[in-house]
Design a protein around this ligand. Sequence first.
Ligand SMILES: Nc1nc2c(ncn2[C@@H]2O[C@H](COP(=O)(O)OP(=O)(O)OP(=O)(O)O)[C@@H](O)[C@H]2O)c(=O)[nH]1
Ligand SMILES: [Mg+2]
Length: 336
Amino acid sequence: MTSSKWIKKTSPFSIVEYAEGLKRNDRAILAKAITLIESNHPNYVNQGQQLLKEILPNTGNSLRIGITGVPGAGKSSFIENLGTMLCNTGKKVAVLAIDPSSPLSSGSILGDKTRMEKLSRHPNAFIRPSPTGGSLGGVHRKTREAILLCEAAGFEIIIVETVGVGQSEVSISTMTDIVLLLAITGAGDDLQGIKKGILEIVDSIIVTKADGENLQKALETKSEYKQILRLLYPRTKGWKPQALACSSFTGYGIKEIWELILQFEKETKKSGVFLTRRQQQTKDWLKSTIFEQLEYSFFQNENVKSVWSEIEQGVIQGKLPVTQAANQLMKIYKNT
Ligand SMILES: Nc1nc2c(ncn2[C@@H]2O[C@H](COP(=O)(O)OP(=O)(O)OP(=O)(O)O)[C@@H](O)[C@H]2O)c(=O)[nH]1
Ligand SMILES: [Mg+2]
């Protein structure tokens, strides 16, 4: 941590400069502020946290939309279409992408840039690809903090795109107000086999690519999803998940989806679910941060490290019960 190569590094702007830049919706400053909070460099981490504290009163005023779905489901194209429509009506739209399957690759970045070409050139839009580096936990923190920075910069709609593999739908659900699953046709035969768990953490399902020869099939898949959704426990109390279809090429269904999102916002705000969820998400974030820090502190502890292999061997060889081994390690950790 005290390596000399890090000592001179400081951010190009002061906290006040960042905060003022965000207030006037300066997208270049916003991009730099996100880079600041994404950094793992100790100087930057500190400055990033100071900045977050400064801008916190200006956050929370957006609608946070999570878009998930398998690779190639049409997420970026959908966001391009919906985002451009919203920007054209004067709304400010920020798009953040998380790709948990390849946090270090830049492939998706290029893909997203080209697939959101129109949107990325729109003066009301801001697009930021996947944060890189660090653990999955780190990626979540960075995305959550990037959401706050976008809000402080006046973005009213924040769309988070994530590839739906395994745990990512769950994590997007912990940082957005509404979660939409984008699904493709052809999955029809497998619908019964689809993981119930995934459907239960989404607020609606959108069947994509409903155009040309695929239109009829998309409408059929939509009906099948409708049937299944009726049987499931909804993610959001009081909200009945819908199944819709759209085409990002023809624009079919996009307006209807936006109306559905607005209806969701209106109803959940009225019932109080919107605010309660936001508060719960913040509480959970606090807790998970503590878990991460404790875990890190435990495994970095020199005394723990010095006895780890021995105790581990004892467990493997059946000489020491696991709970007892854990108790011993915890004792060593607590006494240091
Ligand atoms: N026919 C048709 N093709 C579409 C539509 N939307 C997307 N596609 C095509 O589907 C492919 C994947 O689209 P993307 O929008 O990049 O999908 P994605 O879900 O963002 O993909 P990843 O980010 O790689 O997971 C591209 O070749 C698109 O041209 C649509 O509405 N209709
Ligand atoms: Mg994409």
